[in-house]
Design a binder for this molecule. Structure first.
Ligand SMILES: Cc1cc2nc3c(=O)[nH]c(=O)nc-3n(C[C@H](O)[C@H](O)[C@H](O)COP(=O)(O)O)c2cc1C
Length: 341
């Protein structure tokens, strides 16, 4: 075991004494302070490069940070300097909101999994926008956007449009999160009944913004792992129709029976981490079969080792993301994957 791994194991033992949301806040506040200081020079990761071009963006490596880790862009110095080839911040909504009642994050250590029932707690898009404006970017940054819980699903597109307008010229891509299980009815946007109208409106605005800013910021759809094959095929049709540049597969699953410990089977929320791996791989495989090569597939869900990362790439993912793997293995995991690519 190398020194950083020993340090991480000791740190994890200590920080896991706190409940997950507090642990996340403490860890990131400390890390951001260090990476903002003169110490950054020594802490900055020196990961091997594995240049990847996708959606017109150049990535130093294809491993990214998944949405939800830094919802407001409060920790950009830290997340941009630990070896990721890109980072995604958000989910952000037009107005700030507090999310669901606490406790709303549960660690399932023995299965390297997490259940979260956060419900888009965030400080609102204006706050995130000012963080982005004040940050000198070092890796590509994506912004993940969603709707406020008070917005009816029929008007959801208006919330996404509001966020798009605010952040369009400040990021490298925008991901449309229609797949969080913790906002009532949000996943209905996957259904034919809503998807056509939703993407039609979004695309119209996208074309306008391309003209106004004279730059094409790619749009990516983040989908759920809890879809039937027919639903995935239908989504692929709309992605092609509206020229969406990429798909992130996948968000968390509501199928808690993937966990061996049945104590958690009736917990509310979305499951992430190792037990999600196979399910997200199946979605990636179906996307690969039903999409043209010009649509980027970003694989996420259960990446916990080089082997699990490679499996997703073999199934058709051009880029990868992770969240839960970082909680259980630390930033070393990024290096382990990139060095073996
Ligand atoms: C605590 C927590 C919060 C999350 N918040 C968001 C979010 O705000 N938006 C989003 O699109 N995905 C969110 N996710 C989902 C992740 O981005 C990712 O899609 C999912 O966790 C699967 O990847 P993983 O197994 O590597 O964690 C969240 C995940 C966790 C564990």
């Amino acid at each position: 075991m190398n020194l950083t791994k020993i340090f991480f194991t000791l740190y994890q033992r200590l920080i896991f004494l706190f409940e997950p949301e507090k642990a996340h806040y403490i860890s990131l506040t400390i890390a951001e302070t260090l990476y903002k200081s003169w110490l950054k020079r020594f802490l900055k990761s020196k990961t091997k490069k594995f240049p990847t071009d996708s959606m017109g963006i150049k990535f130093e490596n294809p491993i990214g940070l998944a949405a939800g880790f830094d919802k407001n862009g409060d920790y950009l110095n830290f997340i941009s300097n630990i070896g990721f080839g890109f980072v995604e911040i958000g989910t952000v909504t037009p107005k700030p909101q507090i999310g669901n009642p606490k406790p709303r994050i549960f660690r399932i250590k023995e299965e390297q999994a997490i259940i979260n029932h956060l419900g888009f707690n965030n400080k609102g898009v204006d706050y995130l926008k000012s963080n982005l404006k004040n940050f000198r970017q070092v890796v590509p940054i994506g912004v993940n956007i969603g709707k406020n819980s008070s917005t009816p699903i029929e008007n959801a597109y208006q919330d996404y449009e509001y966020c798009m307008r605010q952040i369009y010229s400040l990021c490298d891509y925008i991901s449309l999160n229609i797949s969080s299980p913790n906002t009532k009815d949000l996943r209905d946007l996957h259904l034919e009944k809503y998807m056509n109208g939703f993407l039609k409106n979004i695309k119209k605005l996208h074309e306008k913004l391309i003209k106004v800013y004279k730059m094409r910021i790619p749009l990516i759809l983040k989908i759920s792992p809890d879809l039937t094959e027919d639903q995935i095929i239908s989504i692929c049709r709309y992605v092609k129709k509206y020229e969406i540049e990429g798909i992130i597969a996948t968000n968390t699953t509501v199928n808690k029976s993937l966990l061996q410990n049945n104590k958690y089977h009736y917990f509310q929320g979305g499951l992430s981490g190792k037990p999600l791996n196979e399910k997200s791989n199946t979605v990636i495989e179906l996307l690969k079969t039903n999409l043209n090569n010009d649509v980027a597939i970003i694989g996420v869900g259960g990446v916990h080792s080089y082997q699990s990362a490679k499996q997703k790439m073999d199934n058709g993912a051009k880029l990868l993301q992770m969240y839960t793997g970082l909680v259980y293995s630390g930033t070393n995991l990024i290096k382990e994957i990139v060095e073996n690519l």
